[in-house]
Design a protein around this ligand. Structure first.
Ligand SMILES: [Cu+2]
Length: 288
C-alpha cells in the first residue's frame, strides 16, 4: 500500500516535471506533494512564507552545488589543476561568507516573526468555541449558547476499522477522516477556539485552516481563524498528538457555512438541546 502510494507520488512528480496530464484526484500533482494553501488569511500567508523559504533554499542549493560540481569537473587533478596555497586564509572571504548567510536568515526571520504575531492575535472574535479533546473524540461548546456537540468517528469508518469487518477501507468515503457531528462555523467571521482536554494531551489540527494547537488537561490554549468569505465547504483534520490506542480514530471535520446558515443551525441546535434538557430520554445517555 505504502509502495503504491510512493509510486503514485513519483509518477505525479514525473508528470509534473514533464508538464504532462495531472492525475484525476481533485488536486494537481504539485498540490498533493506540497502543503495546502488553505482557506484563511493566515493559512495563505503561512503557505507564502513556506514557498519563500523553499525557493531561497533552492537558490542556495543551486549556487553551492553549482560551484562544487563546476570545481570538480574543471579543476580536477587529472586536468592538471594545482591548489593555490596562497588562499589558505582570507579575512575578506570569511567576512563575506558569514555576513551573507546572516542577511539571508534575517530576511527569512523577519516575515516569519511578523506572521507568528499575526497567528497569535486572538482578539475580537465573533464566535467563541470551547474545544475539549478526550479519548477519543472532541467536544465543541458554543459559548454564549447552550449548544454542545460531541464529535466522534463516523459509523462507516468505525465499522470498517473493526477487526475482520470484511469492509475495505478504500470503499469508505474519507475513511478515518469523517465524523458523526462536525464542527459548524460561519465563513467571514473570526472564530476563536479555547482548546483543552479532559484526559491526556491531544492536538487540534486542521491544515486548511492553518490551526494546530495542543489540547492539554488543566490548560486553556487559544487559536483563531477566519475562513475567507465564499470558501464554504468541508475541511478535515486529525488529532496530531499521540494520545493512546484510539489516536488515529479521532478526526476533525469542519463545516464552513454562510453566516445566515450558521445562525439558523445554531438556533435549531439550541432548540433541540433545550428540548432534550427538559425532556431527557429515559434510556440513551445525553451528550455532555
Ligand atoms: Cu488525541
Amino acid at each position: 500500500m505504502k509502495r503504491a502510494r510512493l509510486g503514485t507520488l513519483l509518477g505525479t512528480l514525473a508528470l509534473a516535471l514533464a508538464g504532462g496530464p495531472q492525475p484525476a484526484w481533485g488536486k494537481s500533482g504539485w498540490d498533493e506533494l506540497n502543503m495546502p494553501r488553505g482557506v484563511t488569511n493566515v493559512s495563505t500567508r503561512i503557505y507564502a512564507l513556506h514557498m519563500m523559504a523553499f525557493w531561497v533554499c533552492v537558490a542556495i542549493a543551486v549556487v553551492v552545488f553549482g560551484v562544487m560540481i563546476w570545481s570538480l569537473i574543471f579543476h580536477r587533478k587529472s586536468r592538471g589543476a594545482v591548489p593555490d596555497v596562497s588562499l589558505t586564509h582570507s579575512t575578506r572571504v570569511e567576512i563575506v561568507w558569514t555576513a551573507v548567510p546572516v542577511l539571508i536568515l534575517i530576511g527569512m526571520a523577519a516575515p516569519a516573526a511578523r506572521l507568528l504575531v499575526r497567528i497569535n492575535n486572538n482578539t475580537d472574535p465573533q464566535v467563541n468555541i470551547r474545544v475539549t479533546g478526550f479519548q477519543w473524540g472532541w467536544r465543541y461548546q458554543y459559548l454564549g449558547s447552550n449548544v454542545s456537540v460531541i464529535s466522534k468517528l463516523s459509523e462507516s469508518s468505525t465499522a470498517a476499522s473493526m477487526m475482520h469487518s470484511g469492509i475495505s477501507p478504500t470503499s469508505v468515503p474519507h475513511y478515518l477522516l469523517s465524523v458523526d457531528h462536525p464542527l459548524v462555523v460561519p465563513v467571514g467571521e473570526k472564530i476563536r477556539l479555547l482548546i483543552t482536554s479532559i484526559d491526556v494531551i491531544h492536538s487540534w489540527w486542521v491544515p486548511d485552516l492553518g490551526v494546530k494547537r495542543d489540547a492539554i488537561p488543566g490548560f486553556l490554549n487559544d487559536a483563531s481563524f477566519t475562513i475567507a468569505p465564499g470558501k464554504t465547504g468541508t475541511y478535515r483534520g486529525q488529532c496530531t498528538e499521540l494520545c493512546g490506542r484510539g489516536h488515529a480514530y479521532m478526526p476533525i471535520v469542519v463545516h464552513a457555512v454562510t453566516p445566515a446558515a450558521f445562525e439558523a443551525w445554531l438556533k435549531h441546535q439550541s432548540a433541540l438541546q433545550s428540548e432534550a434538557a427538559t425532556h431527557p430520554p429515559t434510556t440513551a445517555a445525553t451528550s455532555g
